[in-house]
Design a protein around this ligand. Sequence first.
Ligand SMILES: Cc1cc2nc3c(=O)[nH]c(=O)nc-3n(C[C@H](O)[C@H](O)[C@H](O)COP(=O)(O)O)c2cc1C
Length: 257
Amino acid sequence: MNESINKTIGVAFCVCLICSLVVSFSAVSLRDLQNENKLNDKRIKILQAADIYNPDEEIKDQFLKLETKFVNFETGKLMDTYMDFSLEEYDPILATRDSNLSSKVPTSEDIAVIKNRENIGKIFILRNDDYSINKLILPIRGYGLWGTLYGYISIENDFNTIAGIEFYDHKETPGLGAEVDNPKWKNLWAGKEIYQNGEVSLSVIKGKVDNNDKDAQYEIDGLSGATITSRGVTNMIAYWFGESGYSKLFKELNYES
Ligand SMILES: Cc1cc2nc3c(=O)[nH]c(=O)nc-3n(C[C@H](O)[C@H](O)[C@H](O)COP(=O)(O)O)c2cc1C
C-alpha cells in the first residue's frame, strides 16, 4: 500500500534532511559575506564620524584615506605593530575576552561598565596633506539601559573639540535610547568640548541645553524619556577621555607636535 506509515515518515525525513542541508549550506557559505558586511558597517560609521563618508564611493577605497594605529593605553604611545596582529584584523573587543590581552577595570573606575579594557586599542587618523593630524577617530563603548553601546567619536586636532559621533551597535529601545542614532541628536555634538580645566566636563544633560549657560559648550541635550541611556553616554565619555582611556594619547600627541 502506497500510504503506509513508513513511507510517510520516510518522505518527511527526506524533506527535513534536504531542508537542513540547504540551511546549513547557506549559513556556512554566507558567513564570510556577513562578516564582510559587518566590517563594512563599522567602516561606514568610522568614515561618518570623521565626516568624510561618500555613499557613491567604494567603502574600502574611502577607508584608505585613514591611517590605522595601535595605541598603548598605559603609555599613550601609538604603535604600528602588536604581537602577531595585523592592524586591519585586530579586534579590540575580542581582545577584552582574553586575559593576556586585556585588563580588568577596577570597579571603582568602571563608570562605563566595560569590565575589561583591551591593553592595546586601535584608532584611526585622518591626516592633512602635510601629514599633520586633521582628526582622530576613536572607539568608545559603555553600558546604557539594556546593554553596551559601541561607537566611534571623532576629535579635532586640538584633542578637545568633538567632530562627530556614531554608534554601530546597541540594544536601546527604538524611540527612546535608540535615539542615539538620530542624526538630529548626533549633529548636536560637533563643536562641543570635552575638557574644562583639564577635567572631562562634556555630558549629556537632562532636558535642553541653554545656550546662554556658561557650560553650554560642554553640554548635549538629553534624550527625552531616556535618561538612563543619556547617563550611559555621559559615563562612556568620562571613561574614555579619562586617565584609563585616551587622555595619555592626547598628552603624547601634544608633546610630539
Ligand atoms: C519598554 C521600555 C523601554 C525603555 N527603554 C529605555 C531606553 O532605551 N533608554 C532609557 O534611558 N530609558 C528607557 N526606558 C525608560 C526608563 O525605564 C526610565 O524611565 C527613563 O530612562 C527615565 O527617563 P526620563 O527621566 O527622561 O523620563 C524604557 C522604559 C520602558 C517601559
